[in-house]
Ligand binder design. Sequence first.
Ligand code: FES
Ligand code: FES
Length: 169
Amino acid sequence: MEHADPSRRRGPRQSADGRVEVAFTVNGTAERLRVDPRTTLLDALRERLELTGTKKGCDRGQCGACTVHVDGRRVLSCLTILAAVDGREVTTVEGLATGGRLHPVQRAFIECDGLQCGFCTPGQIMSAVAVLREGSAGTDAEIREAMSGNVCRCGAYPNIVEAVKQARS
Ligand code: FES
Ligand code: FES
């Protein structure tokens, strides 16, 4: 996968005030932010870039609501320090649709009723896209295992599994 600016892979720069400047790509758009070095990717997405599709559930790596892709691999953005994505490509749920068309996984979640309140859904969808890409969604049990880091308090699991299977076919 191409990086927006490979020359930046030496790491973020730190300024005299202790902030770090991080350059990365989000959904194909180059971004450059000066932040406290403790800033998480999740907070940068939601509070600096206003990409609020990525949800903050537990903020401690236990629910999966904050799942995004970094260089095509799923990560928990609440546990990812923004500086760690310097020079990398981030994809959020807002970046899945192309040319005005929803991603097949997004369509499958709608058609299979793979949601109730919808709070966990962006994270579920980002995980499902990665799971399908990894080829780790053979049986229902494999789908459940691969998606086990994404908690749904509404218990929409049966329909989530159906959505993953529909998107796979
Ligand atoms: S908000 Fe990141 S795992 Fe819950
Ligand atoms: S749809 Fe409500 S938490 Fe999953």
